[in-house]
Design a protein around this ligand. Structure first.
Ligand SMILES: C[S@@+](CC[C@H](N)C(=O)[O-])C[C@H]1O[C@@H](n2cnc3c(N)ncnc32)[C@H](O)[C@@H]1O
Length: 289
């Protein structure tokens, strides 16, 4: 039934989805999303100054149109990837370089997320809000975090609940930006950013343990998602909440090197997690001590 709903959603034209979201998503959520997006843009300006870049470039109307109205953005991003796959031999064996060569385009796409219309950040924000209401102290792992809007929102609204944050992502410009933003929010939270340059390698979490594990739109980018998932679950505390996006991503396509993810919930069962429904489109799994 869930699969049918997912396919039906994919078939709807973008304007119909936008209209539905406009009526279904509460106005307060829409305001939160835009405000969060604006906050991230302001921090991007500070980050640019810190790097001695040209922050005034962020005011360019072409750039603002891309971010605020997504003008041509998804077409440009896909066109760039098609060109890369045409000219980069064996790009699937060289994924870090593939991403590195489109890192500013990836950042542009991330910056636009908050302005895509009502509900655009629901799957980023709601799982963390839900976990924060159920746990007194959070030790969070966000795998393939991107711009980590959910973590930024959490740190702005209830930093006292967040004991530690561990981010695993490729060593790209968006990872530097998210580290800057999170570290700039004054709190006692321990923040660790693990920068990946070999996407095949499993990160060494040392002694870190987690009671919230979040992974959205990342598993389809990993050539062996099972190995990565097992390494995360091996560091899960006895009581732990996981939010994962295991949706079927269709055929192999550009960065989707491993689109079939339907077997992954089985691995959570091996680690004694039980399925606990769906939060804003992500599958939730819980293990209790
Ligand atoms: C489609 S984005 C999703 C970002 C974020 N989770 C979201 O939903 O907005 C995929 C993310 O996975 C990261 N990624 C790709 N391969 C990775 C790997 N081997 N290890 C960690 N992160 C990876 C990319 O850099 C990117 O930030």
């Amino acid at each position: 039934m869930e699969h049918l709903a997912t396919y039906a959603k994919r078939l709807l034209p973008r304007w119909v989805k936008g209209l539905l979201r406009f009526f279904l998503v509460p106005k307060t959520v829409r305001q939160t999303e835009r405000e969060l997006g604006t906050f991230v843009l302001e921090k991007t300006r500070d980050f640019s100054m810190r790097r001695r870049g040209r922050p005034e470039s962020l005011q360019s109307s072409i750039l603002k149109d891309c971010i605020l109205r997504q003008k041509c953005l998804s077409e440009m991003s896909e066109a760039h990837q098609f060109l890369q796959t045409a000219l980069m031999p064996d790009y699937r064996q060289n994924l870090y370089e593939y991403y590195r060569q489109q890192q500013y385009l990836i950042l542009l796409v991330f910056l636009s997320y908050a302005f895509r219309g009502p509900g655009c950040l629901a799957s980023h924000i709601q799982p963390y809000i839900a976990a924060s209401s159920e746990l007194s102290s959070m030790r969070i792992l966000d795998y393939g975090a991107g711009l980590a809007f959910g973590l930024i929102h959490l740190m702005r609204t209830c930093p006292g609940k967040v004991a530690s944050i561990t981010i695993v992502d490729l060593d790209l410009i968006h990872t530097d930006l998210v580290e800057y933003i999170l570290s700039d929010i004054r709190s006692d939270t321990e923040i660790a950013v693990m920068r990946v340059t070999n996407p095949e390698a499993i990160p060494d979490f040392g002694k870190r343990t987690f009671n919230v594990i979040y992974g959205k739109d990342v598993f389809e980018h990993l050539t062996e998602p099972e190995r990565h998932l097992r390494s995360m679950l091996a560091r899960a505390e006895d009581s732990c909440h996981c939010y994962f996006d295991f949706s079927d991503h269709g055929a192999k396509y550009l960065q989707h090197v491993h689109p079939q993810l339907s077997h992954l919930p089985e691995i959570l069962r091996e680690f004694s997690f039980r399925s606990d429904g769906n939060t804003a489109g992500l599958s939730k799994f819980v293990r209790t001590a």
